[in-house]
Design a protein around this ligand. Structure first.
Ligand code: FAD
Length: 550
């Protein structure tokens, strides 16, 4: 037990991976400051450290989108923490993709270590914070009917709080209730697995063809007893009669290169990465058009060189043209249909097909994500430029955040087995019927009695319905960077007023700060420089004695 006495008090609200990364950074930084702090950590979730996306009790069918060879987020310097592969204790195949539940168990173990260290007194409260208000001496928290505080500093790491359903989903909710059809969510996948046990005579439609669709498909197939093997898929008979998946573009994401050897073929040179870093310095100080030109100018020649080394000659101007189209209208350059896109993606990932411009750009862009963040996140970027860069990064996720190639092969095997149907994949017309939904595309129709939503909500602040955040917005403490983006924060994560002034001691890290920060949806970011800057900022303010809210 530690004595709290006159220690500076910090509250961390939400302790998924990002809250854990912040705590670890604080403990590490505290060793360099003559400052004693006590931290109260608030989160009602059963698995602190892991959070809902890496919940240890989630279905083992939900895979991480990073192969073991690339899991590089750092372990803290204290408590002899191993990296994930070391912690597993076995010698995992470096090209394999672990389950998110296993990663969650690892993060929980790290959370236990951060609680057990002796530098910072950390107290866990399994409670939800309902309201935060400025008060004399800092910030006061309403915690399930009790007042706590004052805290000198509060950090919010809330992940993706509840949002209002989009128009289509809201209409479907009413409809499903009226006609007694089943409308459900992709997560928790363990619930979906249970629900799907009664669907062997149903046609199931899935809204969304992003990464989550692979978790959903496994919940409907292998989790129901089916088996993939070298020649395809052996059904258990408990899968839905037919599965249809669709999205606005109808294209599944491109899988990551299958092996470390293939992946290394897309490694930029150190000098090219330095040139990108310098171009970013200029881009983030420019308007959106110039920013795009600067980024294109460094990206295009690197992609041209890599493709050339793989036997494909493409003029830099053609790559630039691809990029220009991507900035203006993401995912409009390639026109192949859903199944063809899936096949091409598999061949690209296994290296049996010459790389395309898009695939090559996506791999280089993935390898530059850390540099990208390290330049953008601490900078003050014009809202228009931030919006354009966020849009560009988001569009490229179909290449840079791809699934394992095994997941793409599974999808193809299910199509070949006549279980999965992508004929309605590209933006079908959807009608509501007495039994559920009718999908219509090019004169063909198909009915579904179950609809699964696998679309992840946007970080648009105006759509948030979570009470804590709504209240912070209505108190004028949280402002969006611009319409459709997340909260305005500074380099340390401090929330900014509408006029751009930092709020003393109220900080926000993560997805809902998109626009102030980029490339947030990744573990690298949870344990990266954003957390260290926050910790240094807090300790600088506390040691200077200016951490108290007005
Ligand atoms: C389905 C899915 C799969 C993903 N897979 C990957 C992947 O494979 N690889 C990868 O790098 N990234 C992945 N991501 C991105 C992922 O979101 C981040 O890597 C990470 O989970 C973000 O962590 P976080 O701590 O910001 O948010 P979360 O993990 O969501 O944690 C937020 C925490 O805040 C708590 N909280 C919220 N409101 C309050 C309140 N008022 N009071 C107290 N506590 C509160 C919640 O209970 C929760 O525990 C995935 C995301 C999703 C949605």
């Amino acid at each position: 037990m530690c004595e709290v006495g006159n220690l500076s008090k910090i509250a961390v609200v939400g302790v998924g991976p990002r809250g854990l990364g912040a705590l670890e950074a604080l403990v590490e930084q505290c060793q360099d400051y003559e400052c004693s702090v006590a931290v109260d950590v608030f989160d009602p979730y059963a698995f602190p450290g892991a959070g809902p996306n890496f919940s240890p009790d989630e279905s083992p069918q939900c895979l991480l989108n990073i192969p073991i060879r690339d899991i590089a987020f750092r372990a803290p310097s204290f408590s002899n923490c191993d990296g994930f592969a070391g912690w597993l204790g076995t010698s995992p195949d470096p090209d394999s993709f672990p389950s998110r539940a296993d990663l969650g168990r690892y993060l929980q173990a790290r959370y236990e270590k951060v609680l057990a260290q002796n530098t910072v007194c950390i107290k866990r409260l399994s409670r939800s914070v309902d309201r935060i208000r400025p008060c004399a001496g800092g910030w006061q928290l309403d915690v399930e009917g009790c007042r706590r505080g004052p805290y000198h500093e509060v950090l919010l790491t809330l992940g993706q709080p509840k949002t209002e359903p989009d128009e289509q989903f809201a209409e479907w909710q009413d409809h499903a209730e009226r006609v007694d059809a089943c409308l459900t969510n992709a997560y928790p996948a363990k619930h979906l697995v249970e629900q799907a046990e009664g669907w062997s005579e149903n046609t199931v439609a899935i809204r969304g063809l992003g990464l989550s669709v692979f978790d959903v498909i496994r919940a409907l197939t292998t989790a129901q007893g089916g088996r993939f093997h070298d020649h395809g898929y052996s059904a258990s008979g408990r899968e839905p009669e037919r599965i249809m998946a669709f999205s606005l573009t109808g294209k599944p994401p491109f899988p990551k290169p299958e092996t470390g050897r293939i992946d290394a073929l897309f490694d930029p040179l150190q000098s090219e990465t330095e040139a990108f870093s310098q171009a970013l310095d200029e881009a983030i100080e420019s308007g959106p058009q110039t920013a795009a030109e600067l980024i294109n100018a460094v990206l295009a020649p690197v992609v041209g060189r890599l493709m050339q080394s793989l036997g494909v000659t493409v003029a830099t101007k053609d790559i630039t043209q691809w990029l220009e189209t991507e900035w203006d209208s993401p995912d409009s350059y390639e026109t192949e249909g859903p199944v063809e896109t899936l096949r091409i993606g598999i061949e690209l990932a296994e290296g049996s097909r010459a790389p395309t411009i898009g695939f090559s750009i996506g791999q280089v862009w993935r390898k530059w994500q850390n540099v990208f963040r390290s330049k953008f996140n601490p900078a003050e970027v014009d809202a228009g430029t931030a919006g354009a860069i966020v849009g560009f990064d988001d569009g490229l996720k179909r290449y840079s955040y791809g699934p394992p190639v095994s997941s793409a092969r599974e999808m193809l095997a299910l199509i070949n087995a006549g279980i999965l149907d992508l004929s309605f994949a590209a933006d079908p017309e959807i009608r509501l019927t007495d039994t559920g939904w009718l999908l219509k595309k090019e004169g063909e129709t198909a009915s579904a009695s179950v609809m699964i939503d696998s679309v992840q909500p946007s970080p648009d602040l105006s759509k948030i319905v979570d009470l804590l955040l709504r209240d912070l917005i209505s108190q004028g403490l949280v402002h969006p960077v611009s319409e459709g983006l997340g909260a305005m924060t500074d380099a340390d994560g401090r929330l900014l007023t509408k006029q751009g002034d930092p709020l003393a001691g109220l900080c926000f890290l993560g997805r809902l700060a998109l626009g102030s920060v980029v490339a947030v949806d990744s573990l690298d970011n949870c344990f990266g420089e954003d957390a260290s800057r926050w910790a240094k900022g807090v300790l600088n303010r506390l040691t200077a004695g200016d951490g108290v809210a007005a």
